[in-house]
Design a protein around this ligand. Sequence first.
Ligand code: NPG
Length: 373
Amino acid sequence: MTVPVRIDRLRLRLVRLPLVAFFETSFGRVYDRTFIVVQAAGDGFEGLGECVADVDPYYSPETNVTAWHVIKDFLAPLVVGRSFAHPRDLFAAFARVRGHNMAKAAIEMAAWDLAARAANVPLSRMLGGTRDEIVSGVSIGIQDSLDQLAQKIETELAAGYRRIKIKIKPGWDSSAVEMARSRFGGIPLMVDANAAYTLEHAGLLASLDGFDLMMIEQPLDYEDIRDHAELQARIKTPICLDESIHAPRLAEDAIALGACRIINIKPGRLGGHGQSIRVHDSCAARGVPVWHGGMLESGIGRAHNIHLASLPNFTLPGDIAASKRYFVPDLIEPGITVSSTGTIRVPIGPGIGVDVDWDRLEAATIEHYDVRA
Ligand code: NPG
């Protein structure tokens, strides 16, 4: 099927928004989020994308500064003034540029939104989505105390979230899991290490087997696929890979090597919706479930994620939660909401199907840059 998309102009905005509450991973603590919003215009329509690169290169090698540079100087010239038979063709058009998936994804996803708006269909339909609501879980950062963690878990369970993910790092692992299990019983529980361990910690990680976790996410370094395979052979808890999987081929290799039994899909990490669908499909063909990660996105990126997570092999609750957990107000109005049973409705309007509050976006913009044909 062709879904023609033409890009006449790109506008980049560097945006900063304060977070409602700090978020701490094994990389450190953040209080606000700085990111790039891409507006892609063509044929009288405009699509939006959000770049998930951060201020620092701790989660991935990209930062806002590298993404801005790569989009402006290398990627934009490859697409502005051009027509494509389908938005998935943008990734191939970027092939000369190595890496920089988050920069590529921001443009590619804006092109999908643009194409879906021009075709007057919800993005989920164009992506191959099959459900009208998704099941939502939360990611709870590292806290100052176990009591604080307990309070957060209690609040999120009361809000209806269907799975709790606890961030762990050496020194904040078994005690946090033990507390969560003893206070909250058999809740759907998982942990995310953000690559904070090495194989030397295999004994400690194996000791988590007793807690019946749904999975342990990215325990080892992002290049250690073989070590993950060795670890998986030594522990019962399924390993889920995130950081390590930045190309469809790596997902196939990791599964073939037994390095993971679950994969986290984030379109920013993979280079956009097209690459994410490839990973989704190859996992489905291999009987490996996927779920949708989160990168503290504003409502723009969050809406994209919801549409993607409506595909059939997203069978586990993801990290896509309500806007109010992150930004009050969000860049979209109304924000994304979660029902009392932990579900989010997939927007049904054209494209990403949410309304940007342009005054808010303008007020949050630090810098902008236009590329025209
Ligand atoms: O709810 O959006 C969310 C956050 C989910 O834990 C989450 N994200 O490692 O997956 C991660 C982590 C993250 C957030 C990583 C921001 C990098 C930046």
